[in-house]
Design a protein around this ligand. Structure first.
Ligand code: FAD
Ligand code: FES
Length: 254
């Protein structure tokens, strides 16, 4: 884990409300795995740093994909090239890929696209076939950048790709599923594919296993810390009835 004071080196807007920021972070870029995250903070910003999945990592730069949903994310989306940021990571446990596990389906709803470019790259390095299934409310909310061998789009309003929930675009025997998105979407996925790996949304404080702000209820009892034992879980391991469903991702229809 590295605790860096770094600069914004790239910024681009994609889609209606999505911003991609790039930071100089060679040490993190070298070791980060898909599904891991960084905690970002501003010198003059909110007290607690905020967690973001690493979107891409190349040439000494890591990118995050973000949307303004509150005070911290609004300040971050307003950053410009050259601005200073505190960056701690990589944090958490990422997705696991089995070289003998068959084709890979990356399933993302809305901002759940965030960890998928790294996942596509890791899968390609193992020689696995990659299909990215990405859904959102409408075409303007989709992340237009995609990686892998093919992409299947789905929108609730039918404005791009298949109309309806993203999960309906997944075939019945898909091989390996890596998913990220609103918790209700991941819960629905768990009902159909309990072996799928899901990157969960929780509130986080420290990001390093100390504050217990990120607990994830497990089926069969007990809790995990999403920042340390997660945020990636097998869908069937999570007690979805007891997981908070009020986070902003949860407001995006599955
Ligand atoms: C492991 C992990 C990876 C994440 N990756 C990304 C990412 O790649 N891109 C991205 O845009 N966001 C990501 N998030 C969500 C992001 O961290 C929150 O949106 C952010 O912390 C909100 O901060 P804020 O100050 O803007 O919001 P606040 O002003 O604190 O809250 C505004 C609203 O956001 C909700 N909220 C607060 N914290 C979270 C949270 N952790 N998750 C979901 N909703 C929250 C609150 O309930 C409230 O409704 C991730 C969260 C986790 C736990
Ligand atoms: S965020 Fe503090 S223990 Fe996980």
């Amino acid at each position: 884990m590295y605790d860096l004071r770094t600069r914004v080196v790239a910024r681009r807007r994609i889609g209606r409300e999505l911003v991609v920021l790039g930071f100089e972070a060679a040490s993190i870029a070298e070791v980060v795995r898909a599904g891991q995250f960084v905690n970002l903070g501003l010198p003059a910003g909110p007290l607690l740093r905020r967690p973001f999945s690493v979107h891409t990592a190349a040439d000494g730069v890591i990118e995050v994909l973000l949307k303004a949903v509150g005070y911290g994310t609004r300040l971050l989306t307003e950053l410009r090239e050259g601005d200073l940021v505190a960056c701690l990571g990589p944090l958490g446990r990422g997705f696991e890929l089995d070289p003998d596990g068959g084709p890979v389906y990356l399933v993302s709803g809305g901002l759940g696209a965030a960890p998928m470019p790294l996942a596509a790259r890791q899968a390609a390095r193992l020689g696995l076939d990659v299909t990215w299934v990405h859904g959102a409310r409408s075409a303007a909310d989709l992340n237009p950048e995609w990686y892998g061998d093919r992409v299947l789009w789905a929108t609730d309003d039918g404005s791009q790709g298949r109309p309806g929930p993203v999960l309906e675009a997944i075939p019945n025997s898909p091989g390996q599923i890596l998913a990220c998105g609103p918790n209700p979407m991941l819960r629905a996925l768990a009902g159909r594919f309990p072996q799928a790996q899901v990157a969960l949304e929780t509130h986080m404080g420290c990001g390093t296993g100390v504050c217990l702000g990120c607990v994830v209820p497990k089926r069969g009892g007990g809790y995990d810390r999403a920042c340390s034992e997660g945020p990636v879980y097998r869908a069937g391991e999570v007690d979805w009835d007891r997981l908070p469903a009020h986070l902003h991702y949860a407001r995006v229809p599955a």
